[in-house]
Design a binder for this molecule. Structure first.
Ligand code: NAD
Length: 490
């Protein structure tokens, strides 16, 4: 039975100086509830004067905020954590509304955002420098880590809440201010979360939210008030942002697209492997930069893996994510459904064998929704586009490798290097896999190789531009602080 949902967010405001502020522009992008295929709001494109005034306020705020002791700065994170937790369910429901993921996936996403707040709370330890007494006769030397200035985060549609939280808590705990430009496709979550910032004790201007799309990004990239950019999105835009920011002598970290390979060895626990693969390939409707996309088998287990995997994929229940029984939600937009369907056409034209065709399934209760059921291709070869290009939807390509070495060569031939996984019960296979694959995140009997917030989020080749990776760990501390070396003689 259809769930009716008339929620409408109107034209989304920006969040500047701890207030929701109307945007004056007439240019705006529709925000959909993708399960219903209905517009639920609009994201405006922020005009230059409003971006400039937001950045000026962020710069003014940072001058004061960087002088607040780090022991005090982290206290706002404790309050932010508590406030996020208190509205976890509401934020999760909203994520399902604006993105389409199931409620269980949405609850998980809010949990991941909270985890980043927890990880950033150890900023006091992270900011500790190094020193030597008597490095030379009568000379001491020490390194301090100091805040940098104003940062901008430009984030994608697929994790509207988690990805901004890869940056906000670290940037502010380390003494910076940050301006977040969420995806124009999913801007509602950050709008709702902004209601917590002042309550958590974050001073005016330290965290701001600006709406917009590529025009706003260009204005942010051109501003001299921004010291660094954290970007997450597709490879073409990541490359563009990285080039343009670097040319302006700014620091930049840019997570990008992916094509992830998952190898099932004949000695793997089949039950565990297939459950994990289903969640990896079709969770979040395949719109995850860590989603499995190419499933590699060996001749000994190929037929069985394909049969069990395709059967399980065929049974997934599609529906509105707010309904308990839904196991897979819609894609983000109608155009994206068309794009993913075009890859199914491409796979057929390339000669792969379509053993499960997601185009034939309907979600009768939601005829206007942007649904596309899982598809599985067998007999895929390394030269096919469906084996090489990011599809970002529920399409699995199965390649039967000749042996372990052949599987590793296939994985390493990809232009992308976000994640890869091996399913095996052999320690030596797992160890060799870890040593040999050229991906930044590696799973062993784990379908979605997502690092917990305390670890950096890997990513290599065309899946990452820059040097210092997002999420917890040293990289982020280096990204959001500057070193100051003091040489003293007394
Ligand atoms: P996208 O590149 O279209 O958009 C990302 C951000 O860039 C948005 O805020 C958008 O407004 C802005 N943008 C879009 N086009 C622009 C342009 N021409 N100039 C300047 N800014 C522009 O990405 P998306 O569709 O929102 O997200 C999906 C992509 O993100 C996938 O490729 C996925 O693999 C990738 N992703 C990567 C990671 C990672 O950590 N590596 C994580 C999540 C998503």
């Amino acid at each position: 039975m259809e769930t009716s949902d008339d929620t409408h967010f109107g034209i989304l405001p920006n969040f500047i100086e701890n207030r929701k502020v109307e945007v004056s522009s007439e240019m705006r992008y529709p925000v959909f509830n993708p399960a219903l295929g209905k517009v639920i709001g609009y994201a405006p494109e922020t005009p230059k004067e409003e971006i400039d005034s937001c950045l000026e306020s962020a710069a003014r705020a940072q001058e004061k905020w960087c002088r607040v002791p780090v022991t005090e700065r982290i206290k706002v994170l404790f309050d932010l954590r508590r406030l996020l937790e208190s509205r976890r369910d509401e934020f999760a429901v909203n994520l399902t509304r604006e993105h389409g993921k199931t409620l269980a996936e949405a609850v998980g996403e809010v949990g991941r955002a909270i985890e980043n707040v927890e990880a950033a709370a150890s900023a006091v330890y992270h900011m500790m420098g190094k020193n030597n007494l008597e490095i030379s006769a009568g000379i001491d030397e020490e390194v301090y880590r100091v805040p940098v200035g104003v940062f901008a985060a430009i984030t994608p549609f697929n994790f509207p809440l988690m990805v901004p939280f890869w940056f906000i808590p670290y940037a502010i705990a380390l003494g910076n201010s940050i301006v977040v430009k969420p995806s124009e496709k999913t801007p509602v979550s950050m709008n709702l979360v902004s209601e917590l910032f002042e309550k958590a004790g974050i001073p005016k201007g330290v965290v701001s939210i600006l709406n917009g799309a590529s025009r706003s990004v260009d204005l942010l990239l051109d501003s001299n008030l921004v010291s660094g950019y954290s970007f997450v999105g597709s490879t073409s835009v990541a490359e563009y942002v990285h080039k343009r920011a670097s040319a302006g002598h700014k620091r930049v970290q840019a997570g990008a697209s992916a094509k992830n390979f998952e190898l099932v060895m004949p000695d793997a626990d089949m039950g565990l492997a297939v459950r994990s693969l289903i969640s990896s390939f079709f969770g979040n409707a395949g719109e995850r930069c860590l989603a499995g996309s190419v499933l590699i088998t060996l001749p000994e287990n190929h037929d069985k893996v394909v049969r069990v995997f395709a059967d399980a994929a065929a049974k997934l229940k599609l529906g509105y994510g707010l309904e308990k029984e839904s196991e897979m939600g819609p894609l983000i937009r109608k155009e994206h459904v068309e794009r993913v369907r075009s890859y199914i056409d491409i796979g057929e034209a390339e000669g792969a064998k379509l053993v499960l065709d997601g185009r034939t399934k309907r979600v009768n209760d939601y005829p206007e929704g942007f649904f596309l059921a899982p598809s599985v291709f067998d007999e895929v070869t390394p030269d096919m586009r469906i084996c090489k290009e990011e599809i970002f939807g529920p399409v699995a390509s199965v390649v039967c490798a000749a042996d372990f070495g052949d599987a590793i060569r296939l994985i390493n031939s990809s232009r992308f290097g976000n994640a890869s996984t091996i399913f095996t019960s052999s320690g030596i296979n797992a160890r060799n896999f870890i040593k040999m694959v050229e991906t930044g995140n590696v799973g062993v009997n784990v379908g979605v190789a997502a690092p917990i917030a305390f670890y950096p989020f890997g990513g290599r080749k065309d899946s990452f531009y820059g040097d210092l990776h997002p999420q917890g760990g040293e990289d982020h501390v280096y990204f959001f602080t500057e070193r100051k070396v003091v040489i003293s003689r007394w």
